[in-house]
Design a protein around this ligand. Structure first.
Ligand code: BTN
Length: 330
């Protein structure tokens, strides 16, 4: 789209860009460039124009569009990024694309999800314009045993991206919730496709939901004591595009790093997971009462080693835990 292309050029230049240069670069008439600039201004982009110098982008609204992302992310990388205004679930959309043969690294991002999915059949609150709802397709070469570790690798990737983009220090609640100050900031839902004949994994859709500019009232009543958002943590609005840039850059590293760079991811995970050493509730089966246990350690395959009150020790590969006697989400 012309407007997105013009925005991409203005956003990736700190200095003035002449109308002539934009029209040559995009193969557009000067009139088309002027029209695109006018329509961007109407949408809230502050664009200065100076005779003989050209245009300069001064500020952008927190919109989610291809043009907005092109200010931060390489255009080649954006070729396999689908940006949608709304969708039922970015995971559903990407799963369809996966079955149609989309390459590893394909991404779907939406400004709003009508029925965002959480783990264990829950829904994920996805209001318009205030979150990052992103799904990433990975087609890893790994064994069925290793694939269960992908969700922990992803938690590390997301946590690192938030450190870089926002200067915060997240914690990882086993298995893959990202918390700040004991409240949930990010949810991750990984869905696998398996070829039934061979049992081999054909693709993994990693869905990431980040609460960016949500106020506590935007969450349902029962989540208000457990959830948080980047704007609440940072005490002010946070732009989504720069966060998406860091997120994509960390997720892209998984192509090479998963599962080969396990030691590095394991070190980070262990340093950021507050569960070991705590008395916990273990929710193994949906709808069943929890079992009490002590969390011992994160094992070499990212399982949580727990010791039950009857003395049995078990390595949990999946499930959900909470620390006993604490408030918030932890
Ligand atoms: C959870 O915390 O239970 C997991 C939440 C995962 C939410 C993300 S938002 C993007 C992607 N699309 C979905 O429908 N769900 C995931």
């Amino acid at each position: 789209m012309t407007r997105d292309d013009v925005l991409g050029i203005l956003g990736s230049n700190d200095d003035y860009v002449s109308g002539q240069m934009i029209s040559e670069q995009l193969g557009l008439s000067r009139a088309a460039v002027n029209l695109a600039v006018r329509s961007l201004r109407d949408e809230g982009y502050e664009i200065e124009s100076k005779t003989r110098l050209g245009y300069r982008l001064l500020s952008s609204p927190d919109a989610l569009s291809y043009g907005e992302l092109a200010q931060y992310i390489d255009r080649d990388r954006l070729k396999t990024v689908t940006v949608l205004d709304h969708v039922d679930s970015t995971n559903n959309k990407l799963k369809t694309m996966e079955h149609e043969g989309a390459p590893s690294g394909s991404i779907v991002i939406a400004d709003y999800q009508e029925s965002g999915k959480g783990r264990r059949g829950r829904s994920f609150v996805s209001p318009k314009g205030s979150g990052i709802y992103l799904s990433y397709l990975l087609r890893p070469e790994c064994t069925a045993d290793e694939i269960s570790q992908l969700t922990a690798f992803t938690a590390v990737a997301v946590s690192r991206s938030l450190e870089k983009a926002c200067g915060i220090e997240p914690q990882i609640k086993w298995v893959n919730d990202i918390l700040v100050n004991g409240r949930k900031l990010v949810g991750i839902l990984t869905e696998l496709s398996v070829e039934s004949e061979s049992g081999s994994i054909t693709g993994c859709v990693i869905g990431i939901g980040i609460n960016v500019n949500l106020d506590l009232e935007d969450f349902p009543q029962d989540l208000r004591s457990k959830a948080t958002s980047l704007s609440l943590v940072k005490n002010g609005p946070v732009k989504r595009a720069p966060v998406i840039k860091e997120l994509i850059s960390e997720l892209d590293k998984l192509e090479d790093n998963f599962p080969a760079a396990k030691e590095e991811y394991l070190d980070y995970y262990r340093m950021h997971c507050p569960i070991p050493g705590k008395k916990i509730n273990v929710y193994k089966i949906i709808g069943k009462d929890p079992v009490t246990a002590e969390a011992l350690e994160i094992t070499d395959d990212f399982s949580l080693k727990v010791s039950y009150e009857n003395g049995t020790v078990e390595d949990l590969r999946s499930g959900e835990v909470t620390i006993r006697g604490t408030e918030g989400y932890i």
